[in-house]
Ligand binder design. Structure first.
Ligand code: PHE
Length: 337
């Protein structure tokens, strides 16, 4: 193709381009470093006569100028066309934009912030322990040997290699004792798993909170104080705390912590199942053997452990009738909080 034919082809193509963006392709094709016009320019030195070289240079540059002009013109035309289109279909720039649906904070997450704030003000630090756990941290080191009948308290999901999905957040206890020096003040609010047949009160995935406090002379008085403070914060000043003896292999003595029903104040109502009290937490003084398992001297140190199920507390407080709502992701449920 000679230069005149290239020019003709270029001008024809450019006039058919539909968008300013597509024009760029043609700019490169004709005027780019390896474009058609440069090809002609690079052949000039091969012409034998000085006069012809001069003429060819002028000619090619004129063509280049006309293509540039055509590109600029087409660009302007296309932009004008799209402006006209906007003018023909006027829109109201003050109209509010499309609303993007916003999520809300999950009730468990909200409660976690509250619990974390409450206890961090008392000097407790939030810690984490593995969800996939060794038998020892979940059971063995907490005084629960493989054949211990109390294993029945925790229906457990085992992995093929003998590890398990932790059944409680109490697996922080020995892990943190191994890592720290007393005074130890830690808490964990996290997921746990059990081999449950699910119903409105049991789910295979749920939340637990554990508190561990180890120091010299930690006693039941501390436990009572912490329980009372927390239950009043959750259920209001008029609730009361009650301890009942309860067995957990890793505490001695062990207690069940009850809260006076804030709805009937002990008279017995539908919400507390006519009991007047809610069983809220399990707790006790850390068993001397567990303190030893954590590498500390039980003659020097004592400690308290305290754990509750946040799902259960929220169900009571917010009137939620099925624990499975928490993990369903049903917006009709979540939007209420
Ligand atoms: N980990 C116990 C459970 O899952 C609760 C508990 C925590 C009891 C701390 C005593 C002390 O039932």
């Amino acid at each position: 193709m000679n230069i005149a034919e290239v020019e003709k082809k270029a001008l024809a193509e450019i006039s058919k381009v539909k968008t300013p963006k597509n024009l760029d392709g043609f700019r490169i094709k004709y005027l780019g470093r390896k474009g058609e016009i440069n090809n002609f320019l690079s052949e000039i030195p091969e012409l034998p006569r000085q006069e012809d070289r001069k003429k060819a240079g002028i000619l090619i540059n004129e063509v280049k100028g006309r293509i540039e002009e055509a590109l600029a013109l087409r660009d302007k035309d296309l932009k004008n066309q799209s402006l006209k289109k906007v003018e023909k279909e006027p829109f109201d720039i003050t109209e509010p934009g499309k609303t993007v649906p916003l999520g809300s904070i999950h009730p468990i997450t909200k409660f976690r912030e509250f619990v974390r704030d409450t206890f961090s003000q008392l000097g407790f630090e939030e810690v984490y322990a593995p969800h996939i756990e060794e038998d020892s941290y979940n059971f063995g080191l907490l005084n629960i040997s493989p054949d211990h009948p109390s294993r029945d308290l925790w229906d457990t999901l085992y992995l093929e290699n003998g590890d398990l999905l932790r059944t409680h957040t109490s697996n922080i206890q020995v892990r943190e004792m191994e890592k720290r020096k007393p005074p130890i003040k830690v808490m964990s609010f996290d997921r746990c798993f059990r081999y449950e047949s699910v119903d409105p009160h049991h789910d295979h995935t749920f939340t637990q909170f554990d508190l561990l406090y180890i120091d010299k002379k930690v006693s039941m008085v501390h436990l009572k104080f912490l329980s009372d403070l927390f239950l009043k914060k959750v259920f209001g000043e008029r609730t009361k705390t009650r301890f009942r003896p309860k067995y957990y292999p890793f505490v001695e003595p062990g207690v069940g912590v009850d809260a006076l029903c804030p709805f009937c104040e002990g008279k017995g109502c539908r919400i507390c199942g006519r009991e007047g009290w809610f069983e809220i937490a399990g707790a006790g003084l850390v068993h001397p053997q567990v303190i030893k398992n954590g590498g500390l001297d039980p003659d020097e140190y004592s400690g308290l452990a305290w754990g509750f199920g946040p799902d259960r507390i929220l169900m009571i407080k917010l009137g939620i009738d099925d624990i499975r709502h928490f993990n369903k992701g049903d917006l009709r449920f979540l939007k209420q909080f």
